[in-house]
Write a protein that binds this ligand. Structure first.
Ligand code: KIV
Ligand code: ZN
Length: 519
């Protein structure tokens, strides 16, 4: 790895759009609180610009962008807007509380988009570019303009629009590969051509925004760096429209590990990549594929005898980066039923958790209960347990106890005791299988219309005594939320996950109601 003297011209700005392009993909919806947690993580790990949402899209998006703008300490907070003045003004209002705010405004420039989507002639689009950037610039001096479907745009027209956008005040020019169509050489050549032909190109930072439809999002983004691009737009775990966006962790580690090819630097604290990946996966309930580069659970696992032998002799034989460089820590404290509070506290610290005394006490009691039932308590078990503790801390409805009768002789039945605002209620119900019986019990105590969109089980670790982690997605009146529950008993985990999702829906409903009454 090459050590570089850091100069501003070699800096690649990391623009994270997990909360906008990422959240836009079907099923990845996050709650208000989840968005705040993700934004805080992005800010802490050194992301330069957080695209927090699309404020005109909904009241919820507006509120999230505004709150993230209020809370973010270091990063620039950015909102997206189309070309209309109403969009741009709404976006400006949302980012107003930010220490540093950016308006990102975009317009399609390719023949196919102009003809069919916008139904406008190129000269009309050109005028709109000037107007949208001028309007955005009247609110802030940090304006990004994107030529949507830039990689399928006719070159002369693209150069004219870019020149006009910079003249109108755009400080960042993004040329997105909206449909994931380009290839690395072509994308790099496009930036080179624009930077050479546009006379005022030196007045703006050029940005790459890539999609993974042909599996080249990361490669395309990286190729553009050597053509002078100094901002990369990416998302944690590569989530995003359709096949997703360039994954932040891959972009960052490729530049870090191959500093000889990419003589640039960025501000990201790479040891936080794994935690960020887990947080986004938990918030969206999008599992991370096992063999995903950098953050997949197999990314540092060596199974074959030849590889294991090499690794034992020297880790560099099969590892181009160390697991701890991306935050996968090798266990230094092995936890079991004899571990005390102090060891548990220091384990959580080692894993990157900072929780208050009350939460720590609850998590510790649950850890002890788990250690009594399970021979080996792995880091993944503790992580599942603490994540659940944090996620359910504010829940109104909690599971107290559950008994299920299952087996070949149906109907299966369940008896559940729930705690609602401190009052216990016990009900019994049957169903088409034990999970259905449990969910029917919950419906008896908390009647609701939400429909179950996803029910997924996976084992947190290996072995028949492993904890089950259940993900549940509920949807109600166009809103959908996801939640997870973990327990060595799959049915208990199912009940917890369902209640978690129900709590989120209710909290969201209460907040929307409060917002409406305040208007
Ligand atoms: O893919 C795209 O073109 C976008 C723009 C809004 C930047 O996401
Ligand atoms: Zn996009």
């Amino acid at each position: 790895m090459t050590t570089l003297a850091k100069s501003e011209k070699d800096r690649v700005v990391i623009f994270d759009t997990t909360l906008r392009d990422g959240e836009q993909c079907p099923g990845a919806t996050m709650t208000f609180e989840e968005k705040l947690d993700v934004a805080e993580m992005l800010d802490t790990m050194g992301v330069d610009i957080i695209e927090a949402g699309f404020p005109i899209a909904s009241e919820g998006d507006f509120a999230a962008v505004q709150e993230i703008a209020r809370r973010t300490k270091n990063a620039v907070v950015c909102g997206l807007s189309r070309a209309s003045f109403k969009d741009i003004d709404r976006c400006a209002e949302a980012i107003k509380p930010a220490k540093r705010g950016r308006i990102h405004t975009f317009l399609s420039t390719s023949p196919v988009h102009m003809k069919y989507k916008l139904q406008k002639e190129p000269h009309e689009v050109f005028e709109m570019v000037v107007a949208q950037v001028t309007r955005a610039r009247s609110h802030t001096d940090d304006v990004e303009w994107s030529a949507e479907d830039g990689t399928r745009t006719e070159h002369d027209f693209l150069c004219r629009c870019v020149e006009a956008a910079i003249k109108a005040g755009a400080t960042t020019i993004n040329i997105p590969d909206t449909v994931g169509y380009t290839v690395p050489e072509e994308y790099a050549a496009l930036f080179k051509m624009v930077r050479e032909r546009v006379p005022n190109a030196d007045k703006a930072i050029f940005s790459a925004h890539t999609h993974d439809d042909l599996g080249m999002a990361v490669a395309n983004a990286l190729a553009s760096v050597n053509a002078g691009v100094r901002q990369i737009e990416c998302t944690i775990n590569g989530i995003g429209e359709r096949a997703g966006n360039a994954s932040l962790e891959e972009v960052v580690m490729a530049m870090k590990v191959r500093g000889d090819i990419f003589p640039v630097w960025n501000n990201i604290e790479a040891t936080m990549l794994t935690r960020a990946s887990k947080l986004v996966s938990a918030a969206t309930s999008f599992p991370v594929q096992y063999n995903k580069a950098i953050v997949g659970r197999n990314a540092f696992a060596h199974e074959s005898g030849i590889h294991q032998d090499g690794m034992l002799k020297n880790a560099q034989t099969y590892e181009i980066m160390t697991p701890d460089s991306v935050g996968v820590s090798k266990t230094s404290l092995v936890m079991g039923k004899h571990s005390g509070r102090a060891a548990f506290r220091s384990k959580l610290k080692e894993m990157g958790y900072e929780i208050g005394d009350n939460q720590l006490e609850d998590a510790f009691n649950r850890f002890k209960a788990l250690a009594d039932r399970k021979k080996h308590v792995y880091d993944e078990d503790i992580e599942a347990l603490v994540d659940e503790e944090i996620a359910t801390a504010q829940d109104r409805i909690k599971l107290v106890s559950l008994t299920v009768i299952a087996g070949t002789m149906g109907p299966q039945s369940a008896t559940a005791t729930l705690d609602i605002d401190g009052k216990h209620q016990t009900v019994q119900s049957s169903g088409n299988g034990p999970v259905d019986a449990i969910f029917n019990c919950i419906k008896l105590v908390v009647p609701h219309q939400a429909t179950l969109e996803l029910y997924q089980v996976h084992a947190v670790t290996e072995g028949t005594d492993a904890q089950a982690e259940v993900s549940v997605r509920l949807s109600d009146q166009g809103r959908s939320v996801t939640s997870k529950g973990a327990d060595p008993d799959t049915l208990v985990a199912s009940a917890k996950a369902y209640l978690g999702a129900l709590n989120k829906l209710q909290a969201r409903g209460a907040r929307t109601h409060a917002q409406h009454s305040a208007q």
